[in-house]
Design a protein around this ligand. Sequence first.
Ligand SMILES: *Cc1c(COP(=O)(O)O)cnc(C)c1O
Length: 459
Amino acid sequence: MELPFAESWKIKMVEPIKKSTREEREQWMKEAHYNLFNLKADQVYIDCLTDSGTGAMSDRQWAAMMMGDESYAGSSSFFRLKEVITRLTGFEYVIPTHQGRAAENVLFSHLVKNGDIVPGNSHFDTTKGHIESRKAFAIDCTVDEAKDTQLEVPFKGNVDVKKLEKVLAENAEKVPFVIVTVTNNTAGGQPVSMQNLREVKAVAEKYGKRVIFDSARFVENAYFIKTREEGYADKSIKEIVKEMYQYADGMTMSAKKDGIVNMGGFIATHHEDWFEGAKRFCIPFEGYLTYGGMNGRDMDALAVGLDENTELDNIETRVKQVQYLAAKLDEYGIPYQRPVGGHAIFVDADRVLTNVPKEEFPAQTLAIELYLEAGVRGCEIGYILADRDPVTRENRFGGLDLLRLCIARRVYTNNHMDVIAAALKNVYDRRNEIKHGVRITWETELMRHFTVHLERIED
Ligand SMILES: *Cc1c(COP(=O)(O)O)cnc(C)c1O
């Protein structure tokens, strides 16, 4: 008999989690104004709100923290971190920052100015924020396939090279760089192929432009290249990562994802001019160059995290757990963004709660129902998150309305995945009885999803 797949780690320390009754959850949800961000973490049984900063560090990472050097300048922790980043990516210049958006803030302060155009594949919201706040424009050149949740293609995160070339041909002088997000988070954790990275680099070079990888989930991306792209099956994850970065000029990184630390980030590049430019903003915004926004001990934990997550055993365990949950949803016929990506499941709420009108926010309603069912916390990536149109102030119902269930790294077991799937199935089985959703009673102008107040609409 073939042995089944199992986790590449065993558990050394545990954190108890609490179950609750439906009655308690009804009360808590009401007190939270039906916004799951307002729940206290101990009111949640299984937390799938995000995979950012929620991973479990290894014994080696905790051990490395004891070696942290908190020197203000020239910390040996920094040099250990830099050595790993350079070994993995080839980039020799490294600036630590307190998280991914800080890396964007520092580098973009040097590179992006009023009126610029930054093409890419579904810019992450903070990335877009750091472009738009400088009165520049983020142009989405993602392949059209990404919009169809049921279409099974291996690299749904790709850049449409024709769209990119059009932007470059028409506006080359306004483009400071091209940005490629690996994996493409906004499109559902979908990977970008090596072939696509190569083509993007070639087109950018043709117009004399450099390429940045927004790299939060670069290891998951490498894993998909290994398992889905011809010619990579026998290559190690580290070899694939090294090749990926041959097609980039620099990277911004949220280490809270594939760095498996709870806080941290960095910029890396092989261009001295970018390094010199970014340095000028690192010091006032983040801190001195050899710690940026990070503690010495945290840089050590990150150095180890990057090294161990780029080993096949670790990343395979991670992605296979997400795929395990997806297979359960397949069994129950629950529609989600296909094929499942690297870090989360995106349930297509519009296709589940067909009786709930768009105006009553189906994905948020599904998130509330799932929480009430079993204490599982997901996150609406849909009409509430989309905010209102800045001009008409109407809600934007043009995009997808998804319930995102993120899986934290090395935190839950497949038994927890079974609970998530069963809870979702129970809600799915009574989907036709759910006729009403929620209405907004209080909201902010921008990024309203974090703080919005809602109430349930009754018959
Ligand atoms: C999380 C993330 C960021 C921002 O990083 P933070 O650490 O949350 O500031 C940027 N880009 C992508 C693709 C991300 O997933």
